[in-house]
Ligand binder design. Structure first.
Ligand code: ACO
Ligand code: OAA
Length: 371
């Protein structure tokens, strides 16, 4: 048996959703750079699920279908209110809430392609509502319904704050959603596929994926990046802080990647957005500190920043609480998880690798009374 630790380099499935070839990322054959600059998040969701870009009419119908399904069951709102809101992490709340959503979906366990598409719309539509409702409830406010006619990006910011966001914020947030939507066989997407390959349901697959995204080696890194920026505090402290961390062989959050070797193509968009948005907020120091960190880490370790690095200062500049950064990742990535779940169902086979056994052998059983 040959063991590949962390399944590095193992090709576990074929997929026609997104590709990373020579450090270029595409969704359904479209370069991420074009999508980031020109597409709405709704268009990207459509593209991921149905394999092609919508025309204007299809886009409108799809956006209307999504906006008609945002309402949350009262029981989930009540559940949020019952938590110890000082200590529950929003990713944990989201994980449980998505699992609960399955309890209120009459088609949750119905496994046919049309029912799966309807579930996909319900699930995607409710994710922003879940994250913003939890955020408002823990600040002692009531959740607010989305505003008709606003995009998913605009509505997220509206439901979070209660105020209609400006165009710069909406454009930036839409771009962030586009950039995070799918990424080949990353850990959370693989988790979703493993789960539904047992012929379990979509809610189980997405719940499992949220659990995988939560960890700091994956989606949870964006919150940790912001924690690091706050700890560093000033541009003068970047060098000693990072040098000390590198000398102690600590991982610098937001750097490195299993697949990209020359750099993550999403990072440059987020770097640009970070520069623009920090100018607007007057907190340029977060952009400047980030650039200085990048210089040190790439210089010394040859590790380029990944998608999580500059997204931290972007979301901070949009006034978003730091522990909502990873839930926002999930609001976007659920589109990719669903695309992969649908693809897995289309051509399913149980996913069950092997482990090389390295434990004891030939042990003699001693009955419990004699041990
Ligand atoms: C959306 C996303 O999921 S993007 C990734 C988000 N995660 C992070 O930003 C967390 C920080 N980064 C990391 O932990 C890693 O780079 C990962 C998890 C992304 C990829 O990990 P792997 O491919 O397993 O690489 P691995 O962890 O084995 O690292 C290889 C070497 O690079 C070093 N390295 C990797 N990432 C970093 C980092 N961020 N800071 C410092 N050193 C690092 C490791 O210490 C290791 O060094 P060694 O060979 O001297 O022991
Ligand atoms: O692909 C990965 O391993 C992690 C990542 O960048 C993502 O999920 O966006």
């Amino acid at each position: 048996m040959t063991v590949s630790r962390g399944l590095e380099g193992v090709v576990a499935t074929q997929s026609s959703i997104s590709s990373i070839i020579d450090d270029v990322l595409t969704y359904r054959g479209y370069n991420i750079d074009d999508l980031a600059e020109q597409a709405s998040f709704e268009e990207v969701v459509y593209l991921l699920w149905f394999g092609r870009l919508p025309n204007q009419e299809e886009h409108k119908v799809f956006a209307d279908e999504l906006s008609a399904q945002t309402e949350l069951p009262e029981e989930i709102i009540a559940h949020f209110r019952s938590y110890n809101l000082d200590s529950v992490h929003p990713m944990a709340a989201l994980r449980t809430a998505v699992s609960m959503l399955g309890l209120f979906d009459d088609e949750a366990d119905i496994d046919d392609p049309e029912a799966n598409k309807r579930k996909a719309i319900r699930l995607q539509a409710k994710m922003p509502a879940l994250v913003t409702a939890f955020s408002r409830i823990r600040s002692g406010k009531d959740p607010i319904a989305p505003k008709k006619g606003l995009s998913i990006a605009a509505n997220f910011l509206y439901m979070l704050t209660g105020e209609e966001p400006n165009d710069i914020s909406v454009e930036a947030f839409n771009k962030a959603l586009v950039l995070h939507a799918d990424h080949e066989l990353n850990a959370s997407t693989f988790t979703a596929r493993v789960c539904v390959a047992t012929l379990s349901d979509m809610y189980s697959g997405v719940t499992a994926a949220i659990g995988a995204l939560k960890g700091p080696l994956h989606g949870g890194a964006n919150e940790r990046v912001m924690k690091m920026l706050k700890e560093i505090g000033t541009i003068d402290n970047v060098e000693p802080y990072i040098q000390n961390a590198l000398d102690n062989k600590e991982k610098i959050m937001g750097f490195g990647h299993r697949v990209y070797k020359t750099g993550d193509p999403r990072a440059k968009h987020l770097r640009e957005m970070s520069q623009e948005l920090t100018k607007v907020t007057g907190e340029e120091k977060y952009y400047e500190m980030s650039v200085a960190i990048e210089k040190l880490v790439t210089g010394q370790k040859n590790l380029p920043p990944n998608v999580d690095f500059y997204s931290a200062s972007v979301y901070h500049s949009l006034g978003i609480d730091h522990d909502l950064f990873t839930p926002i990742f999930a609001v976007s990535r659920v589109s990719g998880w669903i695309a992969h779940i649908l693809e897995q169902f289309e051509n399913n086979r149980l996913i069950r690798p092997r482990a090389e056994y390295v434990g004891k052998e030939g042990e003699t059983f001693i009955p419990i009374a004699q041990r």
